[in-house]
Design a binder for this molecule. Sequence first.
Ligand SMILES: NC(=O)c1ccc[n+]([C@@H]2O[C@H](COP(=O)([O-])OP(=O)(O)OC[C@H]3O[C@@H](n4cnc5c(N)ncnc54)[C@H](O)[C@@H]3O)[C@@H](O)[C@H]2O)c1
Length: 325
Amino acid sequence: MSTRILITGGCGFIGSNLVKYLSTLSIYDEILVLDNEVTGTTAALAGIPHQFIRGDVRNQRDVDEAVKQADAVIHLAADTRVINSINNPVYNFEVNVQGTVNLLEAMRRYEVKHLINASTGGAIIGEADPPVHELMPVNPASAYGASKAAAEAYCSAYSQSYGLSITSLRFSNVYGPLSFHKGSVIAAFIKNILKGQVCDVYGDGYQTRDFIFVGDLCQGIIRALEKRENGVFQLGSGQPTSINEVISLLRDVSGCHEDLEIANHPFRAGEVRHNYTDITKAKQYLGFRPEVSLRDGIQITWDYFVNKEDVLKPSLSQRALQNAD
Ligand SMILES: NC(=O)c1ccc[n+]([C@@H]2O[C@H](COP(=O)([O-])OP(=O)(O)OC[C@H]3O[C@@H](n4cnc5c(N)ncnc54)[C@H](O)[C@@H]3O)[C@@H](O)[C@H]2O)c1
């Protein structure tokens, strides 16, 4: 009997990398993608074997249609924009919380037992002394963080009430190829450098983040899929990196040394100052092993943007350029 995995949000940055990665493995016979293309597009999946289902996670019928064909689900579809969530918390709730409950309901109804739920580390925990780990109390500073905490809580409830096996993975800051529509810091800086524009830094640049290369993240998701551990796991590099260090690496890979112009602005509301993750639990229970150094990952990402720049230009809408997570 053939087996099928459903990836919600499979046209997005992480989703398209994951569909590509999964298609090279022989775990499932078919990959189904449910996406409404609000930020990602099917163009990112060109040439990769999959079945596309156009639909919205806010619509129970769309979700049912996709889930009833699947044996397991990886849930990536979300409104990922932190600043947008502060401006429009209701939309963020509908996509991230109602959308997740719709998915869990469909899984309960069609007896699909296994889910990987994409969550986030920094935005859920808020301002706290790093490293961030799974036992810290949640204290979100944005609607996005609150929505991800609520989605995790529903996953826990459905797991315990209805016997679903659910792993919530708290991703740190993910970067890599296929992130051209993202406003996250590495993608945004590369686009600015390629366009000869100033790179905007909010704060003094000494704030730290935990950057994980998307290939390492996909490896972690697949390990979680195979292990089927219930509960919450941090997936990150386990290393703090300042924005100034990222800029320095980008100066090296781009060759733009004194030409790379930086503009410093005040810190933005809802953003944490220091963040990196403790990945001991994921290493121990999932066998997670991030391998790509930040220098190598930034080089791969830079090369991707440089090679794709002409092809991708038309899809770099103003709205997409303003996305941030
Ligand atoms: N990128 C990161 O650094 C990061 C960090 C932490 C957590 N995450 C989580 O990982 C997941 C994937 O993030 P990403 O960076 O690939 O974002 P993305 O915006 O590139 O991908 C999200 C995908 O979901 C789709 N989508 C959005 N709303 C939808 C809806 N209502 N119905 C159906 N599809 C919808 C979009 O079209 C897009 O293809 C998200 O759940 C996000 O919260 C990402």
